[in-house]
Design a protein. Structure first.
Length: 574
């Protein structure tokens, strides 16, 4: 006989515990998953904390947190109603002052804010262009400008003008339409690769300037990190003297940036601190050859050893050094790190180098090169869009269309100057730098007031005031009144001179030293008079002193950022 089925009520009683059991299993699994997620969360925090502590050390970590709290508190203070109003008033005053200095006005000044109703005649255009060229400016032709114009001789300007005229409509994005520009660009890259001892696998591209070259190097490293190591939170380590373009790249490409101190008196990046900051997310190490502030070449061989050991790309920023660095030994000067293999691709860890051909390569402004150890690294900077409705699109760098005229001007400049011309220019420029450096170190009127920052190696010399009664920024403003355009530095305070070919002309450097002696003497007399009168020593009255004096004293730089925004806005005031 078959067994009789259980009553419905009993079946229900037997099924309920099974449903509860399933529910308990589900809740148990959810708890396990939650615990796993929480464990990963804790592991992530622990991992970040470990690398933070290892990178900065216990005392350094406390100092970093203290500075962050100090900065936050100061920012809250600046946003208080009364304080914020006063800051806004001062910013408006500063903005008006900038406009008065930068935007031409007064009788004889024309402003054009809309197209002319009728085309201008050649005579009208020539007259207005002559008027614009005659506007009041710093006389770079007399060698009174630090950097900015690196050659400027009429003979080379004529060569560049002819090359740019012949290729004024050329655009390298259409290589089939403009084959000559493609050829010249490839040859420019090949010649620069050879200068920096690239291996046969070396590759590169031209860019619009040093900033774009640096951006491309950082982008390549980021893409390489993701493609080969699946790094989604990239980090790079740079000296605090490295160019601001690395900060720009970090902002643009969402790369966490670690800046490493370059302590006095050497002002080179601290290799031990770089090593401590390396972690699994590090995609790039950086060294300068030389750095912009002090003209000092970082310890590239030591950075190379780190790069090889940790299998991390190393970028050498040689934008400022450009064609001076490869020519130093041929011009009779010591080449930095020559006894350890040099600073370029001869170091096995160096994977990319940025070189500004428009600086000491004397090309027209808007020319630079980014060099790589191999083609794969260059490919990481390419942008390819195969699905675009307009066709397959590809570009080697940030720009799409590019001025072929500038490439032609660069190629023509390099061919016109040649190796001998660059070696001769290197000798003149570095000799002039040494003359300025020796004057600051040895001149009786300067050596007790000024000191050289570090041991400059190439074409830049920086100095500071050792007299507490004299601000180096007041000296900078005093030189500005004598029509010298020098560069102010901060952290530490200083002034630098980037020597260019116009500065090597007869009388230029002697004029610089004479004016520097006169300005220092004036500042000494002013300080003595104030002391005799029993009053405080007034410093910081000029433009440089006000800007950098304020910037250096503020923990939060938001006010300085607003001043920079006001300056940039002023550039576009017609």
């Amino acid at each position: 006989m078959g067994s009789s089925p259980l009553p419905v009520s009993l079946q229900s009683k037997l099924q309920k515990p099974q449903r509860f059991s399933l529910l308990r299993d589900y809740q148990g699994n959810l708890n396990i998953l939650r615990n796993i997620v929480f464990a990963f969360f804790l592991l992530r925090i622990f991992r970040k904390s470990f690398y933070f502590l290892r990178g900065h050390g216990p005392i350094g970590s406390v100092l970093v947190l203290y500075h962050q709290l100090h900065k936050t508190a100061y920012k809250l203070f600046l946003n208080m109603p009364g304080v914020k109003q006063q800051v806004s008033k001062q910013l408006e005053i500063a903005k008006k002052d900038m406009e008065e200095k930068l935007v031409p006005s007064g009788p004889g000044t024309n402003h054009y804010r809309s197209l002319p109703k009728e085309p201008w005649t050649k005579e009208q255009l020539h007259t207005e262009l002559e008027s614009l060229a005659a506007m009041k400016r710093t006389r770079w032709e007399e060698g009174k400008v630090s950097g900015a114009v690196y050659h400027g001789e009429d003979s080379l300007l004529d060569v560049q003008s002819e090359a740019m005229r012949l290729f004024s409509v050329a655009n390298p994005i259409h290589a089939d339409v403009f084959p000559a520009v493609r050829k010249m660009e490839a040859e420019v890259v090949a010649m620069v690769l050879a200068l920096f001892n690239a291996p046969e696998s070396g590759a590169g591209a031209t860019t619009s300037g040093g900033t774009e070259s640096i951006l491309m190097a950082c982008l390549s490293a980021r893409q390489k990190g993701y493609a080969e190591r699946r790094i989604t939170e990239p980090e790079m380590i740079i000296p605090n003297t490295a160019h601001a373009a690395f900060h720009k790249a970090a902002s643009y490409f969402k790369i966490k940036l670690h800046t490493v101190a370059c302590p006095a008196p050497e002002y080179m990046v601290d290799i031990n601190k770089v090593r401590r900051l390396i972690n699994p997310n590090t995609i790039l190490l950086v060294g300068s050859a030389p750095n912009y502030p002090h003209g000092i070449v970082d310890n590239i061989p030591a950075l190379s050893r780190l790069a090889v050991s940790y299998k991390i790309p190393l970028h050498v920023d040689c934008c400022l050094g450009s064609f001076i660095m490869p020519c130093l030994s041929k011009a009779g000067f010591p080449s930095p790190w020559a006894d350890e293999g040099g600073f370029d691709f001869r170091q096995p860890g160096v994977t990319s180098i940025s070189v500004d051909t428009h600086k000491y390569g004397f090309a027209p402004k808007g020319n630079s090169c980014i060099l790589y150890r191999n083609r794969q690294l260059r490919e990481y900077q390419y942008f390819i869009c195969p699905q675009w409705a307009g066709g397959v699109y590809g570009s080697p760098s940030i720009a799409g269309s590019r001025p072929g005229a500038l490439i032609a001007g660069c190629w023509a400049s390099m061919m016109s100057v040649g190796e001998k011309g660059y070696v001769d220019a290197c000798h003149k420029i570095v000799s002039t730098k040494l003359t300025i450096e020796n004057a600051v170190r040895e001149h009786p009127a300067l050596k007790e007031t000024l000191q050289i920052l570090g041991h400059p190696m190439v074409s830049v010399v920086a100095f500071d005031s050792v007299d507490a009664a004299i601000s180096i920024y007041d000296i900078a403003d005093g030189m500005s009144k004598r029509h010298w355009h020098l560069n102010s530095l901060q952290d530490p305070a200083g002034v630098h001179v980037a020597v260019t070919l116009p500065m090597t002309r007869p009388g230029a450097v002697d004029g610089l030293i004479d004016d520097l002696v006169a300005v220092v003497s004036d500042e000494k007399e002013r300080a003595i008079e104030r002391l005799k009168a029993g009053g405080p020593i007034e410093t910081g009255k000029g433009t440089s002193a006000q800007l950098y004096g304020v910037a250096g004293s503020l923990p939060d730089k938001s006010i300085v950022e607003k001043m920079a925004v006001a300056y940039l806005d002023t550039l576009y005031k017609a």
